[in-house]
Write a protein that binds this ligand. Structure first.
Ligand code: RFL
Ligand code: PHB
Length: 388
């Protein structure tokens, strides 16, 4: 099989890139290790930046998001039982959208199916060949049959554990990493949210987050230890751990109910440099990971895709490789700022140690934020998403 761009991974990065390229006449094939249902079953991101919304619109799949998504003009930060508000609208004139990654993925998959673009699911043993040549290839296996795709470029959109980053010569890659000594235990429940905007909670017992998917569906997270297991967290125990961390109003509004999903996620910061190796371009979690506290992972995947699809368009339509040559540098400049913000949110809001000095610093950091318009502007600018 021959295509212009072979895309590894049908997560948000791969599907969005595929859709944008297809819309502009650039042929592409997506290879995904899992089934479509498996990909849709993963509960992940919930908050999208305006830039991401714009890209989904540009890809022609934004209609359901505008209809069902919830526009949030600000966010609450609750510190030791007292809730404070930061207005994105007042500070930046912008807002974010609460719309689940599951829904975005579904919209992208539906858009791709309607466009008749090719996606090969359950593709095993995906291997990248000749990435430094002018004719890179990807081989794979579906139900015992081996396939080969010859292409101009490969987009590695296969997440943190994917094969793309692992296929580059180790000495051409530099990695930067921080693993946090705690995780997030998350539950999804068919209950109304405690407030009309998200509440990020800093509490001596640990971090908590009250988020949502709709007016009737809530998503909650609490900080847990790395050796915790979901089986040790029946719903009742989760609600009992969450309640004392909330402010009085949120606690009074909390409607508990059976969880419909429960999972534990470790927290990690990771960046691989560069993001280009010959004809292979990494995008999204394949190149970088942020802890979820800043709600940046999916949005960074989208901004990588923005740089990459425009660069590929420039190559095919304008015969210029300037965008491709600058891709890694441009993407990484934005990635590192999101890494910084996500690290700041994580270290400021979690119980990071037993050292009272650390707690005092967190409180000073937050007190400054609530009193300073400049600090709130900086916070809001980062949360709604820095410009591309
Ligand atoms: P994905 O979504 O991991 O997709 C990669 C795809 O590649 C496939 N794959 C392979 N395919 C073929 N061959 C191989 N060898 C392959 N290896 C892997 C995988 O099956 C998969 O389908 O990466 P992508 O597209 O870069 O998207 C990244 C986002 O999914 C991720 O950054 C976000 O979910 C992070 N995140 C959040 N981001 C936000 O912007 N806002 C949020 O509010 C937010 N909340 C979160 C989050 C992540 C979380 N977890 C579980 C880590 C909340 C949580 C709890
Ligand atoms: C979510 O709703 O899943 C969510 C929201 C905000 C975050 C992380 C996750 O920072």
């Amino acid at each position: 099989m021959r295509t212009q761009v072979a895309i590894i991974g049908a997560g948000p990065a791969g599907l969005l890139l595929g859709q944008l390229l297809h819309k502009h006449g650039i042929d592409n094939v997506i290879l995904e290790r899992q089934t479509a249902d498996y990909v849709l079953g993963r509960i992940r991101a919930g908050v999208i930046e305006q830039g991401t919304m714009g890209l989904l619109d540009e890809a022609g799949v934004g209609a359901r998001m505008h209809h069902d998504g919830l526009v949030h003009d600000g966010v609450f930060l609750c510190v030791d039982g007292k809730r404070h508000h930061v207005s994105f609208k007042d500070m930046t004139g912008k807002a974010v959208m609460v719309y689940g990654q599951t829904e975005i993925t579904k919209d992208l998959m539906d858009g791709r199916a309607a466009a008749g673009a090719r996606t090969i699911y359950s593709a095993h043993d995906v291997a990248l060949h000749d990435i430094f040549s002018n004719a890179p290839r990807v081989t794979y296996n579906v139900e015992g049959e081996t396939g080969e795709i010859v292409c101009d470029y490969i987009a590695g959109c296969d997440g943190f554990h994917g094969v793309s980053r692992q296929s580059v010569p180790p000495d051409s890659l530099k990695t930067f990493e921080r693993i946090y000594p705690f995780g997030w235990l998350g539950i999804l429940s068919e209950t109304p949210p405690v407030a009309d905007e998200l509440i990020y909670v800093r509490h001596p017992s640990g971090f908590a987050l009250c988020s949502m998917r709709s007016h009737t569906r809530s998503r909650y997270y609490i900080q847990c230890s790395l050796d915790d297991h979901v089986d040790a967290w029946p719903d009742e125990r989760f609600w009992e751990a969450l309640k004392p961390r909330l402010d009085d109003e949120a606690r009074a509004n909390l409607v508990t109910g059976p969880s419909i999903e429960k999972s534990i996620a470790p927290l990690r910061s990771f960046v691989a440099e560069p993001m280009r190796f010959g004809r292979l371009f990494l995008a999204g979690d394949a190149a970088h990971i942020v802890p979820p506290t800043g709600a940046k992972g999916l949005n960074l995947a989208a901004s990588d895709v923005q740089y990459l699809w425009r660069a590929l368009l420039e190559h095919y339509k304008d015969k210029s490789d300037a965008g491709l040559d600058h891709y890694s540098e441009r993407a990484l400049a934005r990635v590192w700022k999101a890494e910084r913000f996500s690290w700041w949110m994580t270290t400021t809001l979690h119980r990071i140690s037993d050292n009272p000095f650390d707690h005092k610093l967190q409180l000073a950091e937050l007190d400054y934020l609530f009193r300073s318009k400049a600090a709130q502007t900086a916070f809001a600018e980062n949360y709604v998403g820095l410009p591309y």
